[in-house]
Design a protein around this ligand. Structure first.
Ligand SMILES: C[S@@+](CC[C@H](N)C(=O)[O-])C[C@H]1O[C@@H](n2cnc3c(N)ncnc32)[C@H](O)[C@@H]1O
Length: 267
């Protein structure tokens, strides 16, 4: 197609996925020259525009096939409150009188937490493999907050995470196949700045979805061992039957985690 490695390429055929982004050029990265580097946390390309939608062309067909269920999910939870875990982290952060920094919202879905972070002055990179999720985030972001928003349509497995003060993964990491969690988790850890928080959920082995091959489920010991070397500010296990968007009742077994990388919070 005549592109050089790493060229940013305007793909008008993707624009229909982002009707809200009317005047916002949508760029996709044809291929990524630093993807083969072994260093987990690298700076991403400097965005040419505030909003850079990155879709690896190899992933596009895969992404297209998986998105419809998630859209039902976003619709069912329209106007939801930020997750309790996120609100708990907010209280910790406010108590520490921290300054807004750079956050990554992994598996941002409808973007509720991204919007809250933006409203509090954070710069946010919202990442999701479902293009509609990113479309929701862009549409819901007030004009004045858009200069501080970046988005990527990419799977965690292919994503590279820039250094961040906060990495929030609300109900999203369990959707990685088991063999993908360790490398994704290494990237997350190495992207955390000193003083930065990881906040997220892991699913437990007694969850009624356990055994789905494209998802991962952890024992409490496995979940805790991921956190070795980080300051654990919250590790809470839940197990209860509850309805979900997709089922009348489900055994939910999950862990809520707030951890901090030791060190001074950098800018
Ligand atoms: C249960 S939803 C959670 C969305 C939002 N964080 C929330 O709390 O409502 C999981 C999200 O993760 C995204 N997701 C699932 N697997 C992913 C992957 N491998 N890479 C990137 N995003 C993924 C889905 O598209 C979906 O938006």
């Amino acid at each position: 197609m005549g592109h050089r490695e790493g060229d940013l390429d305007f793909r008008p055929h993707l624009s229909h996925l982002f009707p809200c982004a009317n005047n916002i050029p949508i760029y996709t990265l044809v291929s990524d020259p630093v993807a083969s580097s072994s260093d987990g946390a690298q700076s991403i390309h400097e965005p040419k525009e505030n909003l850079v939608v990155r879709i690896d062309s190899n992933q596009y067909d895969l992404i297209k096939c998986t998105m419809s269920e998630w859209v039902d999910y976003y619709r069912a939870l329209e106007n939801r409150q930020p997750r309790q875990l996120f609100q708990d982290w907010q209280r910790i952060w406010e108590a520490s009188r921290g300054k807004p920094g750079f956050a990554i919202d992994l598996g941002c879905g409808d973007g509720t937490e991204t919007l809250v972070l933006l409203a509090h002055g954070w710069h946010v990179l919202a990442v999701d493999s479902t293009p509609e999720a990113i479309e929701w985030v862009i549409r819901r972001t007030p004009e004045e907050d858009r200069p501080r928003l970046q988005v990527q349509v990419v799977a965690f497995q292919q994503a590279r995470f820039p250094p961040a003060n906060l990495i929030y993964a609300g109900l999203s990491l369990p959707f990685c196949p088991p063999e993908d969690l360790p490398p994704v988790w290494r990237k997350i850890r190495s992207a955390l700045k000193p003083g930065g928080h990881f906040v997220g959920h892991f699913f437990g082995v007694r969850d009624s979805w356990a055994g789905k091959p494209d998802m991962n489920f952890l024992t409490a010991g496995q979940a805790r061992s991921l956190l070795d070397g980080l300051a654990v500010e919250r590790f809470q296990e839940f197990e209860r039957d509850e309805p979900t968007v997709f089922e009348a009742v489900k055994r939910k077994h999950y862990f809520e985690v707030i951890v901090r990388r030791e060190g001074e919070t950098g800018g």
